[in-house]
Design a protein around this ligand. Structure first.
Ligand SMILES: [Zn+2]
Length: 295
């Protein structure tokens, strides 16, 4: 733990640079990787004893026979992982602190990944059609000051029957490592209250902007009713994934994408970016699960 703290402290200055980026930043930068490594628990890695999902396979998915995938530029139906019989055993947070998770410890042969979309600046009606057609389960992490102009957009996404959920990504998207405890708590609890008022529920999941957090973040999140701080192992850019390590997805990886439009995607639309992401997931033989079924 001493080592971890040194790492976090040593990256404060560089972490502050992330403030100059808009949104979540375009990449999983080395600072964020360090932050995640510092906080990750060795127990979080894939465990052979993790429960296998319910009997299933690519042949037993709801999308079978559904031709919607063609409309969205895919060459095969998206494959979905069913809800597991038992949730995998995840590392618990320290007393009074939220747990940190960046990968679900599924069995090494269980090729499932999870989709998360952040911020909420782009509100593309075509994306709503795509997500509904494909029944994409998306865990959203919304920042109030960019998403609130049309929370109704995200409500439609949540309510399209795919199991998508709304979670917390602060009020104003600060680098939390630069803020004292009270200010961090205000950012997290403030958004809990906003989301509860608008969506009728206090979310259990929180993602710190840029993936930057410290012990105060975990304590504040817990006091705001958050059970898990959710990071990621692969980040979707415009055309390709950027991996936290290696050059391929791994079972249980949490994938980060953003609600972004052509101005941030060099002219590509949100649906084009998403189609590319789904193609990469398919090419690597993965199915998509709903994060909340495992957490
Ligand atoms: Zn963000």
């Amino acid at each position: 733990m001493k080592y971890a703290r040194r790492l976090v402290a040593g990256t404060l200055t560089a972490g502050a640079l992330a403030l100059s980026l808009t949104g979540c930043g375009n990449s999983v930068d080395p600072i964020e990787r360090l932050g995640r490594k510092a906080a990750s628990d060795p127990g979080a890695s894939a465990s052979p004893s993790a429960p296998a999902p319910a009997a299933s396979g690519p042949s037993a998915t709801p999308a079978q026979g559904d031709q919607a995938y063609r409309k969205w530029g895919l060459t095969a139906p998206v494959q979905y992982a069913p809800k597991p019989d038992r949730k995998p055993q995840l590392p618990k947070g320290a007393p009074g602190k939220a747990a940190v998770v960046d990968r679900i410890p599924v069995a090494p042969t269980d090729k499932v990944v999870f989709l998360t979309f952040d911020d909420g600046a782009e509100k593309d009606p075509e994306f709503l059609k795509m997500a509904a057609d494909l029944k994409l389960p998306i865990s959203m992490f919304l920042t109030d000051n960019v998403a609130a102009s049309d929370y109704g957009h995200f409500e439609k996404l949540r309510d399209n029957g795919s199991g998508s959920t709304v979670n917390n990504h602060t009020l104003t998207h600060p680098n939390l490592r630069t803020l004292p405890f009270a200010a961090q708590k205000k950012e997290i609890c403030g958004q809990q209250e906003r989301l509860e008022k608008r969506f009728g529920k206090r979310p259990p999941l929180f993602r710190p902007p840029f993936g930057n957090y410290n012990d105060d973040t975990l304590k504040a999140a817990s006091e705001c009713g958050i059970s898990s701080v959710v990071l990621w192992r692969a980040s979707m850019q415009i055309n390709d994934f950027q991996y936290a390590e290696g050059s391929a997805l791994k079972p249980g990886d949490i994938i980060l994408a953003h609600f972004r439009g052509p101005s941030e995607l060099k002219g590509k639309t949100e649906t084009q970016m998403t189609a590319r992401m789904l193609q990469h997931i398919q090419e690597q033989g993965y199915r998509i699960g709903l994060l909340e079924d495992y957490l």
